[in-house]
Design a protein around this ligand. Structure first.
Ligand SMILES: NC(=O)c1ccc[n+]([C@@H]2O[C@H](COP(=O)([O-])OP(=O)(O)OC[C@H]3O[C@@H](n4cnc5c(N)ncnc54)[C@H](OP(=O)(O)O)[C@@H]3O)[C@@H](O)[C@H]2O)c1
Length: 264
């Protein structure tokens, strides 16, 4: 099962699971047309079966429906909890409503689904893997994505702790934490100043599938990111986050400048 399979990382991981592993899939997101198109393409090209679950994961009833769809009608082997979104801009501009949506989508739905799937795998005793898609922003919080960084840090803390509560030796919990990736999330002009840092989505997805398959615990895609993660941990966090703040500030400032230029 892959959440957020209508675009970006989730879409690409679903394609790679079908192409390279001949996995039957359950794909979930809000955009029904995109999911149905993916189903049609994969069923035709890869000769697999795809179940579509149209669900808004910020809505508790949809989360419950998705869980029920996962646990009935077929055996579940793996789940990639990937759906998520960000607010890129000053925290002061994040409305209370949008913050709540962020928490429901990025955190609450993930905790709920993970909890139910762990129970399912433990009760059935069957082999499985759950992968939670966090972000490097959860390790080194990113200014101007403060609330988003918080949601991703939560996932890292939650999953690292929960993994040690799992009794089944054949169930793994993987935390996948990419840095920037070329997807719809980073397609806005606000990310224009950061484009050089982004990883191709096919590469990030390939590493995600690798992490799930090989039951990695905490996994960062990209050798540079893995090295950077070790190196940056040796430096004061304030320094690292201060540097990130300047990079993100510059990218946002470019958008303001081009807006002003358009208006004059
Ligand atoms: N791109 C990056 O630089 C980057 C870096 C690190 C981590 N990540 C993480 O990677 C994951 C995938 O993001 P992406 O980069 O692939 O972005 P994306 O292309 O925007 O994809 C996000 C996916 O999440 C789904 N989604 C968003 N809100 C949802 C909701 N309320 N209910 C159900 N599905 C929802 C979207 O589907 P619908 O709109 O159809 O619902 C879409 O399929 C996210 O968790 C993100 O935080 C991304």
């Amino acid at each position: 099962m892959v959440t957020g399979a209508s675009s970006g990382l989730g879409y690409e991981m679903a394609c790679q699971l079908a192409r390279h592993h001949k996995a039957n899939l359950i794909i979930a997101a809000r955009r029904e047309d995109k999911l149905n198109q993916l189903k049609a393409d994969l069923e035709q090209q890869e000769n697999i079966q795809v179940k579509v679950v149209v669900a808004d994961l910020s809505v508790p009833q949809d989360v419950e429906r998705l869980i029920a769809e996962c646990l009935t009608g077929q055996q579940l082997y793996g789940a990639i909890l990937n759906a998520g979104f960000t607010h890129f801009g000053p925290h002061a501009e994040l409305s209370e409503d949008k913050f709540e949506l962020l928490m429901r989508t990025n955190v609450i739905s993930v905790v709920r689904i993970t909890g139910e799937l762990v129970k399912y795998f433990e009760k059935s005793g069957s082999e499985g893997g759950i992968m939670i898609v966090s972000s490097m922003a959860g390790i080194f919080p990113v200014p101007y994505q403060a609330a988003y960084s918080g949601t991703k840090s939560f996932l890292i803390g939650f999953a690292n702790a929960l993994a040690h509560e799992i009794k089944s030796s054949v169930l793994s919990l993987t935390i996948f934490a990419p840095a920037g990736v070329v997807t719809e999330m980073t397609a806005t002009e606000k990310f224009n100043g950061l484009k050089g840092w982004l990883m191709p989505v096919t590469e990030a997805a390939k590493e995600g599938i690798f992490a799930l398959k090989h039951r990695k615990f905490n996994y960062l895609p990209g050798a540079v990111n893995r090295f950077g993660n070790i190196f940056m941990k040796l430096l004061p966090k304030k320094l690292i986050i201060g540097i990130l703040a300047k990079i993100y500030q510059r990218s946002l400032a470019k958008v303001e400048l081009s807006k002003k230029a358009k208006n004059t």
